[in-house]
Design a protein around this ligand. Sequence first.
Ligand SMILES: [Zn+2]
Ligand SMILES: [Zn+2]
Length: 145
Amino acid sequence: MSLNELTNRLQNHGLRLTKPRSLILQALISTEKPISAYRLQDEMATNGMKVHIVSVYRTLAVLQELGIIHYIPSQQGYLLCTESCESDRQTEHLVCDSCGIVTEIPMPTCATNDLLEQAESHGFRMSKIRVEVEGTCNNCQKNPH
Ligand SMILES: [Zn+2]
Ligand SMILES: [Zn+2]
């Protein structure tokens, strides 16, 4: 998604593209690898905006809630959404062990339904499913380091 599309997405939810949001999104647009909150804080400082880490997390939480970005637990970083997710509830990410690039793909509905059914049979009310698939990306298979 381009910054324009992201701005529209925010506006659809009645939110403005504030400077912190804009800086975070620009940093995420420029890479396919997840970026940690602390690195985003550094990035913002480099662009003349010193903010407390708490407000970085607050901004990230807003973007995450809208499905604009995803948190990738194994990489402890945030990634721009590429599949136009409506929320952070059903995401599948392919994580390359070798180069660190993370690719987002839609989770098959059959998998989602199975997981939902299984959780419910345990009396568990599911709020989100996050799947990380680890391995080697196509590019790294062709060009081993
Ligand atoms: Zn997504
Ligand atoms: Zn790779």
